[in-house]
Ligand binder design. Structure first.
Ligand code: ARG
Ligand code: ZN
Length: 896
């Protein structure tokens, strides 16, 4: 392998040539597919003469014609990555290229490939160059037509972007369809699908009374499982009109679900292609979690139509321009459709579990990276059960967008969005353009806010407070520090919006009147309306805010709603935290207070465990949770979240040297102790929250199931005959997958006959449904039972396993890495397994392989023995012949 080339943001140059129209013609075949393209090319600067360089990979060139004249060998240069025309004509010209590709042999699932019986495409980020020669970069925007020709009986449905213009029969049992997309687009949004599909059809009437045909395409037998996806799509279309005034812009919107897909889904213009795991659901086969994920992903891809497609990225460094913004939009959509607090808790947990560790490791990079080797790596972060995301670009990017809203308010944010579309519709732009629209629409002073895009690492903010009883003032002193990350040893202070409320001794919010900052008194009140939460803007390394007119010592509720993606360290005592847990009007912070208590408790118990001291659970903690459990005023799903302990990875991330065995033992001990001390409460929760009616996807029903399932899992951890029998009973009588799977999972944590029986029963019940079988795989693979690596190797021999299907790889190999005790097994067996798998998978599908290799990236966080074992695997991977750029980038950066 040539040493892969690193691409830098600072090297961005405008293209020398633009494309105006692109007419594609596909002749799909069983041996090979012929692609013919006809492109109108024009120079950026009239009269300039530059070579025209086209990207192309794994293509067989058949012919090139310029203005109707076929080029001969010598007139162009061709290497394994580029086709160069050294001397194109000056002015506008027509370029025609014919090439051959082999979708049946494409296991990378990038470009044109086969999934079950269908041809389908995935072009983002740089897959279009595997279809035909092109300037494969998002700032080349053109109008496309696409003609598809294929065997009629094998491929009855032929789809591409835009509107269907024409279709008809051809000789030899073939047929064709001609599609035209009226909107200019970059090639990464191109899509084609051909195969034996059927659709669920519906209609959405837009707010300006246009009728849009909606079609969700799947193999015939799956059409009944698309009802929830259709519901989600219509809700998303309505929500975008209501909240952002954004209407759909074509008469047709297609979604296709395919079983083989590297990621969750793709927002191709009017032809979204989805991993079927993010589309198909029925109450019997999908959990509440799946239903919620489908709602979110359908929303996400639909919202891209404006944030991504109508306004796109200038270059791939700007990925967060569309992804951060669109994740923010799908989070808001899900919040509005369910519980805002619960959604926020889920999103913050995921930041802590994935973003914080990555931001503190060798792969740390800013929301807008400065360089990349393989862009795909900036999409694939941690992967579980068919969903993949890159936490810095996607989730931290969404937090950055959320901060604009926190600073500007809903109306100010909307003004910024309106201006962004007004200025940039039809353009390929940058994160600064978004920033400028937000700023200009509000005449806002954003100080050093842009640093959020360029500086990696999670800021650590320390707060100390003091009350002055004579002056009736309350002071909050902030200091911030951003830890060094690769390539960024020295950091600048960041602009951190901290939402603050103050609780009086009865637990009620105090009205906030004014704040001194830099010696200046600022009013907080808005036209005599009491204000209970205010956002202070921390922009310096050290800064003090003093609240006036505070007549008793308050308990501060800091960073309400998690107003910035930081680590907050406060001087709150345990009793302050118990007080907040019991009283804070900000529900998110109530949860957070409980989590902070749990984190402190777990860390101190881990230290005890390491010193061989006996473990004992603080009775105040048990009491605090008991109060939450019996508080009838609380939302049930909130209670379920509040009684769930921080994950093992979250605790390991807070340790000097991560100790998976100690963290696992402590978490297990606390769970069992809570289960035995609160057994009566948990039993009551299971009995009181059983389903009485048919499955409905709405918040109250999901909340009830969530609470019941958490209680059942606690009870099953006791491993006594009574609770085991209860779990078996819940498993057998469940009428929906949410409860059935929860009971199965509760039982599956403990080796023994009950476990073996229910696992066998579940498989025989669901073996015909590959998505349910994937759950069965993931549950076993992620299990903490001792020496699970052998079971996982056996699962890979199961007839339902297939190394070429990404979902199955994520559910077996990926899920295995989610069990810290097994993945980080002292004997290195987990590392060795993953090392072997990465090498094997890299030959089939580099994107999937590099997603897995990132499980190694934090190897330096462990003890010396584990470090050596993990490092040996990374070195073994690096020494493999023919390593992909994807895996090379992650493995080499991990070792650096
Ligand atoms: N843009 C897509 C989304 O956010 C993800 C693209 C997948 N990219 C990839 N390299 N496989 O929904
Ligand atoms: Zn996206």
């Amino acid at each position: 392998m040539d040493t892969p080339k690193e691409i830098f943001l600072k090297d961005y140059k405008l293209p020398d040539y633009y494309f105006d129209t692109v007419d594609l013609n596909f002749s799909l075949g069983e041996e090979k597919t012929i692609v013919a393209s006809k492109i109108t090319v024009y120079p950026r600067v009239e009269g300039s003469s530059f070579p025209l360089v086209l990207d192309g990979e794994d293509l067989k060139l058949l012919s090139i014609t310029v203005d109707g004249k076929e080029l001969k060998e010598g007139d162009y240069c061709l290497d394994s990555r580029h086709l160069t025309l050294p001397l194109p004509p000056s002015g506008t010209f027509t370029l025609e290229i014919v090439n051959e590709i082999y979708p049946q042999k494409n296991t990378s699932l990038e470009g044109l490939y086969m999934s079950s019986m269908c041809f389908c495409t995935q072009c983002e980020a740089q897959g279009f160059r595997k279809i035909t020669f092109y300037q494969d970069r998002p700032d080349i925007m053109a109008k496309y037509t696409c003609r598809i020709e294929a065997d009629k009986s094998s491929y009855p449905v032929l789809l591409s972007n835009g509107n269907l213009k024409e279709k008809g029969h051809l000789e030899g049992d073939r047929h064709y369809a001609l599609w035209e997309d009226p909107f200019k687009k970059p090639c990464y949004l191109f899509a084609l699908v051909a195969g034996p599909l059927e659709s669920r059809d519906d209609i959405f009437v837009t707010r300006s009374a246009r009728k849009v045909s909606l079609r969700i395409w799947t193999p015939a037998q799956d059409v009944p499982k698309t009802a929830h996806a259709m519901y989600s799509l219509k809700e998303a279309m309505k929500w975008d009109e209501d909240v952002f005034g954004l209407e759909y812009d074509l008469d047709l919107f297609n979604i296709v679900a395919v079983p083989d897909f590297n990621m969750g889904a793709m927002e191709n213009k009017s032809l979204n292609i989805f991993n079927s795991g993010c589309v198909l659901a029925s109450p019997e086969t999908a959990t509440d979690g799946d239903y919620a994920a489908i709602l979110g992903v359908i929303g996400h891809e639909y919202f891209h139509n404006w944030t991504g497609n109508r306004v796109t990225c200038r270059d791939w460094f700007q990925l967060s321009l569309k992804e951060g913004l669109t994740v923010f939009r799908d989070q808001e959509f899900s919040s509005d459709m369910g519980s805002r607090t619960v959604k926020r808790i889920a999103d913050v947990s995921s930041l802590r579990n994935y973003q914080f560790p990555e931001d503190g490791g060798p792969m740390a990079h800013p929301v807008r990276p400065h360089s990349y080797i393989k862009m795909d790596n900036f999409y694939t972060g941690k992967i579980l059960s068919s969903l993949a995301l890159n936490v810095p670009v996607y989730e931290k990017g969404a937090e950055v967008v959320r901060m604009y809203k926190t600073l500007l308010g809903s109306q100010g944010f909307r003004k910024g969005m309106d201006l962004y579309f007004k200025r940039h519709d039809g353009q390929a732009v940058t994160c600064e353009d978004f920033f400028a629209a937000m700023r200009d629409a509000n005449n806002a002073d954003f100080a050093n806010f842009l640093i959020w895009y360029s500086q990696a690492g999670t800021p650590v903010v320390k707060v100390t407070s003091s009350y002055n009883a004579e002056a009736h003032t309350y002071s909050l002193k902030f200091s911030q520090e951003v830890p060094p990350t690769p390539g960024q040893p020295v950091k600048e202070p960041m602009f951190i919006p901290v939402a603050v409320g103050l609780l009086d001794s009865s637990g009620k919010d105090m009205p906030l009147s004014s704040v001194y900052h830099d010696g200046k008194l600022q009013s907080v009140e808005i036209s005599n309306h009491p204000v209970y939460t205010t956002v202070v803007q921390v922009t310096k390394k050290e800064e003090e805010f003093v609240f006036a007119d505070i007549f008793e010592q308050p308990t501060p509720s800091l960073l309400r709603g998690y107003s910035a993606p930081i680590r907050l360290e406060s001087n709150l005592s345990d009793s302050d935290l118990f007080f907040l847990l019991a009283h804070d009007s900000d529900e998110f912070n109530r949860w957070e207070a409980g989590q902070e208590l749990a984190r402190k408790l777990m860390l101190s118990m881990v230290a005890d465990f390491q010193q061989g001291k006996p473990l004992a659970l603080n009775p105040n903690f048990v009491h605090g949770l008991k109060c939450i459990l019996s508080d009838a005023s609380l939302d049930k799903e909130f209670i379920a979240k509040a009684i769930t302990l921080p994950s093992e990875s979250e605790i390991m991330d807070m340790m000097e040297v991560a100790d998976p065995d100690a963290v696992h033992s402590v978490r297990k001990f606390i769970r069992k102790e809570l289960a035995s001390q609160l057994k009566a409460e948990f039993l009551n929760m299971v009995l009181a929250n059983r389903s009485s009616e048919e499955y409905v996807f709405n918040h109250p029903n999901m909340a009830r199931r969530a609470l019941k399932n958490v209680a059942l899992a606690y009870l099953a951890s006791l491993e006594d005959p009574e609770t085991t029998e209860l779990a078996v009973h819940e498993y057998k009588t469940a009428t929906n997958m949410t409860e059935q799977f929860a009971a199965l999972a509760a039982l599956a944590q403990h080796p023994g006959k009950s476990r073996d029986d229910v696992l066998a029963d579940f498989y025989s019940k669901w073996q015909h449904d590959y998505l349910v079988v994937n759950k069965w795989f993931a549950l076993q693979a992620s299990s903490d039972i001792p020496s699970n690596v052998e079971n996982v190797r056996n699962l890979m021999k199961h007839p339902a396993f297939d190394l070429r299907n990404p979902n199955k790889v994520y559910c077996v190999i990926g899920a295995f890495c989610y069990s810290p005790v097994n993945f980080h097994a002292k004997d290195g067996s987990g590392y060795k397994f993953l090392g072997e798998m990465v090498v094997q998978l890299d030959k089939l599908n580099p994107q999937v392989a590099s997603g897995l290799v990132s499980s190694f990236s934090r190897w330096r966080r462990y003890d010396e023995n584990r470090q050596n074992l993990a490092k040996a695997q990374l070195e073994m991977i690096m020494s493999t012949n023919g390593l992909s750029e994807n895996v090379f980038e992650i493995a080499s950066k991990s070792l650096a």
